[in-house]
Design a protein around this ligand. Structure first.
Ligand code: EPZ
Length: 424
């Protein structure tokens, strides 16, 4: 096992570059399955555990993938299986993204049900609803989703999502682009990751209209072509780095970003008293002497992202007064709170609302990561705590942050990565 050993009470300064987006790269990798010839060239792909897991899944299906210096080449001409095994899906729920492309290209997909998640129920009923609308027959057999087209191809249809789902929108899009006829998607997710997927699919020869809106129209095509494409920056990683600047009372700059994708988060930093200077592709955050208590409600894009909720709670432990944080997407996504309280924070949970009382004096100790964003909140708390904080089980962190300790150390932090033995 590995842990991060964080020397607290640090000040940060300087500039750091944002990595490519994990949550955009994964659907791009899945969409490559829609191509039956040529080689896909994806650049700005972050070097992360989840990217390696998805590459393993593509290789298992028969693709050829190669990764070097943030560039991923994928050839899916030789796909020989349509089954996504439990062992890989278990590691990463996003494996469900192969359902739509396999079904659209091969008329059959067999994908393991994802199983449980650390922060509560995450059903996939909307993914299955969309596939059925497009004409697939779906059954669950021995823990696998067995999806088959009834005719040669999926058929265009009207899909109306009752709630916004990033994953279900992505899967429906990737299935509809090769379906016969027109598909409309209402209440589609508008996250930058979905907008990027639309751009990518259109670059492969798809015919998607309404990109960036909640109403998408897709004219099915017969085939799609391999292409070269550059991934977007990781807006959650960039916001997490800015939060590191804010929690340590520092001034830092994150470059290679598109500030417009972070307006809800930047607005909250300003409400908390930070000064935000946005440039075309860079954001500078200057901290106030005292952070102001600031409430947030996590909701679908373009509102405040649930993937920044844990980091915001860590930040508000240093603000003057009580802040209220509600998560409207994952009601129980609060595993980080007992660990933050172990560092000396004073946070209460009632239903899906957390109340953070600040400013709290945090003192370093051992804390346990439970999921990706929870571990990021513990790293932030460790930067401002007295003494040394040890964040254990950082394999969670490595799933979504590319060399985060090196990036923070380049800004002046003192973080070491060490191995350790866990009690059996
Ligand atoms: C994506 O997950 C992200 N993952 C998540 O980031 C992120 O938290 C989430 O979107 C919300 O922004 C990736 O992009 C790989 P959803 P996804 O479908 O697609 C419910 C991270 O930290 N729902 O938009 O799984 C669901 O339970 C990860 O990087 C259904 O009820 O999220 C949730 O309450 C964690 N039925 C809501 O919709 C369905 O079939 C939104 O989920 C699907 C979803």
């Amino acid at each position: 096992m590995e842990k991060l050993v964080i020397q607290g009470k640090c000040r940060l300064s300087g500039t750091v570059k944002a990595s490519g987006s994990k949550n955009s790269a994964l659907p791009l990798m899945a969409a490559s399955l829609l191509c039956s010839s040529g080689e896909m060239n994806l650049s700005r792909i972050p070097d992360l555990k989840d990217i390696r897991t998805f590459s393993k899944l593509l290789d298992y299906l028969g693709a050829e993938t190669s990764y070097r210096e943030n560039t991923l080449n994928i050839s899916t001409a030789g796909i020989r299986s349509v089954q996504a095994p439990y062992e890989l899906v278990k590691q990463m729920r996003a494996s469900i993204y192969v359902l739509g492309p396999l079904l659209a290209r091969f008329g059959h997909a067999s994908v393991s049900l994802p199983g449980g998640c650390a922060f509560g129920p995450r059903p996939i009923d909307l993914h299955l609803m969309a596939m059925e609308k497009l004409g697939a027959s779906i059954s669950i057999d021995k823990g696998f989703i067995e999806a088959r087209t009834t005719g040669a191809r999926l058929k265009g249809a009207a899909i109306d999502f009752p709630i916004t789902s990033v994953g279900a929108t992505g899967n429906a899009l990737m299935a509809a682009v090769l379906a016969k006829g027109r598909t409309t998607i209402q209440n589609a997710a508008v996250e930058p990751e979905i907008v990027t997927l639309c751009h990518f699919l259109n670059a492969m020869g798809a015919d998607i209209h309404g990109t960036g809106t909640t109403s998408l129209e897709i004219e099915g095509v017969a085939t799609l072509n391999a292409t070269a494409f550059t991934n977007i920056f990781d807006r959650i990683e960039a916001a997490t780095l800015l939060a590191a600047g804010a929690i340590t009372g520092s001034s830092i700059t994150v470059t290679d970003v598109d500030p417009s994708q972070l307006s809800a988060v930047l607005g909250k930093f300003e409400e908390a008293g930070c000064t935000i200077i946005s440039d075309t592709d860079a954001i500078t955050l200057q901290s106030p002497d005292t952070l102001i208590r600031t409430d947030v409600i996590a909701n679908p894009y373009p509102l405040f992202p649930t993937d920044m909720q844990a980091q915001w709670i860590a930040l508000m432990t240093q603000a003057e007064g009580a802040s209220h944080v509600i998560d409207k997407i994952y009601h129980e996504r609060f595993n980080h709170i007992p660990e933050l309280n172990r560092l000396g924070a004073h946070i209460e949970i009632r239903h899906n609302e957390a109340t953070v009382h600040g400013p709290g004096k945090l003192t370093g100790t051992k804390v346990m990561s439970t999921d990706l964003r929870a571990s990021a909140s513990l790293v932030l708390a460790g930067l401002v705590a007295e003494d040394v904080t040890e964040v254990l089980r950082i394999y969670h962190l490595d799933r979504g942050y590319e060399r985060i300790e090196q990036k923070l150390n380049s800004l002046g932090a003192a973080i070491k990565r060490e191995s350790y033995q866990e009690f059996a």
